[in-house]
Write a protein that binds this ligand. Structure first.
Ligand SMILES: [Fe+2]
Length: 225
């Protein structure tokens, strides 16, 4: 009997290199019109933010995944560090913008209630204190970034994070509940350099039902520690 046997790892087709598949990430439907937030937010700004900026992160995330698959299949890892940076940046940009559109509602504003309100009071003292901390985080960013209200599944508490770009200066396991985009592309077209006016507009549009729904989900998460 021949000692030659097929190596299944080499003879089986590799799924990621088989027939073309749908892209991994896609631009989520907004669920409202670009003009839904007029006159607080201009339709032009929402349109541009969604169709140009968010779409670019979706494209970049898919490209990074494809480039990494190509690197694996060719065994060429000379650009691996840049590819991993591209993945982190674009994937995080896609996630945060997807959250952003869900966090907004033409019927938004006001304050949270229920368990989210109770947790905010427990961890920040009051809703006003959370708002002050988030506003401070958002207006002191050096460069582009986000203010984020996150759930920490290890300490089982809410935290405010000041995110650099889309992917830096964050705790490893935190899960975002509410996000505020402080990249200039989010506000400059309408508010110029008046960050406080952008923030005031944003607080008027926050969909606390969406935040409460996400809070209920992320509280169930664990990381096995
Ligand atoms: Fe943005």
């Amino acid at each position: 009997m021949s000692s030659l046997t097929k190596n299944p790892e080499r003879s089986e087709p590799v799924e990621e290199n088989s027939a073309p598949r749908a892209k991994l990430y896609s631009l989520p439907p907004l669920g409202y019109h670009y003009y839904a937030f007029e006159p607080v937010l201009s339709s032009e700004m929402v349109d541009l933010h969604y169709n140009a900026h968010h779409a670019a992160y979706v494209k970049g995330a898919n490209q990074a995944v494809e480039d990494l698959a190509e690197a694996r299949s060719s065994g060429r890892y000379d650009s691996i560090a840049q590819l991993e940076r591209n993945l982190a940046f674009n994937f995080s940009g896609h996630v945060l913008h997807s959250l952003l559109w869900r966090n907004l509602s033409p019927n938004g504003g006001g304050a949270p209630d229920g368990e989210l309100a109770e947790e905010i009071e427990r961890h920040f003292g009051s809703f006003a204190a959370l708002k002050a901390q988030l506003n401070a985080v958002c207006t002191t960013l050096q460069g582009s970034g986000w203010g984020v209200l996150s759930w920490d599944p290890l300490g089982r508490r809410l935290l405010v994070e000041q995110v650099f770009d889309h992917q830096n200066n964050i705790g490893r396991c935190t899960l975002p509940v509410l996000v505020i985009d402080m990249w200039e592309h989010a506000y400059y077209l309408q508010f110029r350099n008046r960050k406080n006016e952008w923030l005031a507009a944003y607080w008027q549009l926050i969909d606390w039902h969406d935040a409460a729904r996400r809070f209920a989900l992320v509280r169930q998460a664990g990381i096995g520690l």
